[in-house]
Design a protein around this ligand. Sequence first.
Ligand code: SAH
Ligand code: SF4
Ligand code: F3S
Length: 477
Amino acid sequence: MSSENKIIDESKQGEALMIEKNTSGAKKMFLESYGCQMNFSDSEIVASILMDKGFITTQNFEEADIIFVNTCAIRENAESKVRNRLNDFKRVKQKNPKALVGVLGCMAERLKVQILEEEKLVDIVVGPDSYRDLPNLIEEAEDGRKAINVILSKEETYADINPVRLGSNGVNAFISITRGCDNMCSFCVVPFTRGRERSRDPESILKEAREAFAAGYREVTLLGQNVDSYIWSGGGLKKEILSDEQKQNSVNFAQLLEKVALVHPDLRVRFSTSHPKDMTDEVIYVMAKHENICKYIHLPVQSGNSRILEMMNRGYTREWYLDRIAKIRSIIPDCGISTDTISGFCSETEQEHQDTLSLMKEVEYDFAYMFMYSERPKTLAERKYKDDVEEEVKKRRLNEIVAIQRESSTNRIKTGVGKVHKVLIEGFSKKSNDMLMGRNTQNNVVVFPKGNLQKGQYVNVLVTQSTSSTLIGEVVE
Ligand code: SAH
Ligand code: SF4
Ligand code: F3S
């Protein structure tokens, strides 16, 4: 996280890929992912399903027999990026007419058959709940038919599939604990692209965490669109429809978090994303109780104004949100806190925008992902409200938010100077191979001289200086 406060786009691109076995005759796949961590985690499921069928991976799309793009639909520009990228893949088809191109993930789910009509080079379209069907779909496409499966499921969690850790540093592993989202925030496309919320069997989560630890990983991040609504009751049912007996035997997020923390004291646990309306005190107490649960919460606020929050259907007010922050700070005073904001949502006035600025000053976030509102087809906001804030105004408001966040980040990171931080080493620093980088519990990047140390080890670092986004120091005993 070197470029803090930069406006980070969820449609960032991650080149998956590694292992290139020299298995002659095996089909080569190239798999590229966009979007949130959950999408990257899904690509690890896709790779697992296809490698089981004998596919091998390549980092060079020009030599691939099959190209997959796992896509994001969260904002318009996330989709434009994918369309541009599809253009690059035309080259491959010109050279090798048999090569196949598949669109996976949220954009596939949103556009369905429309993608096949708009992007002629696409052969396969697969939504996030249909990856088990990929081998069949590939066969269909090889027979010259366009193949599509965008059926959403109420049960699929891929619980039994062992993800192939793509592009991993061998230290941090990501584990999906829920899929889908039932919240229907009015601006958001995710409920339409990922379907109903469902929780994954805790035993399969614990098994994955244990296996990750045994394989040398030292940090797991539990993923869900709203981790706080995790609930397991034998069948992934929602809280509201459980009998009292089922409730007693169910596992909620705080309980799951504790179970994962108990896997091993040297396995750090992180999670994302927390929802202000659902984050319980129980979660905060469990965090405080276990040293290996990292003291960092990503708690997206979206707006600091209660009328806008209501229109966004977020389920909380400014006051409720600030109360959650106060609770976190009272139980875990040194907790790192980050957020997401949206500027220029439908009908947002100047005063309402000022409320977001004042909230951000009050909270002093360590970090923020800041966006301009982008209207998405079929969402509640698209159907009910007018996207009436001028682009220029959205941009200016965003810049004002970014300016405040820059100041907060600088102030917050400075508080780490002069202190000793326990750091999990993740690898070399970006700037020099003589330096290593890792993170402290608050998720700040810490850089220090290499010595004889290696990634995956914990070290204590006395921090002597900071830049706007990094702590720099020396290892101490
Ligand atoms: N489940 C998470 C967020 C997932 S999307 C949560 O509820 O917090 C990540 C972020 O993208 C959101 O927090 C929001 O800030 C932003 N976002 C989502 N839809 C958007 C839209 N239509 N326009 C602009 N930003 C959006
Ligand atoms: Fe989208 Fe809201 Fe669900 Fe987050 S909680 S994924 S913003 S609908
Ligand atoms: Fe994008 Fe889908 Fe994630 S829309 S942010 S990839 S859930």
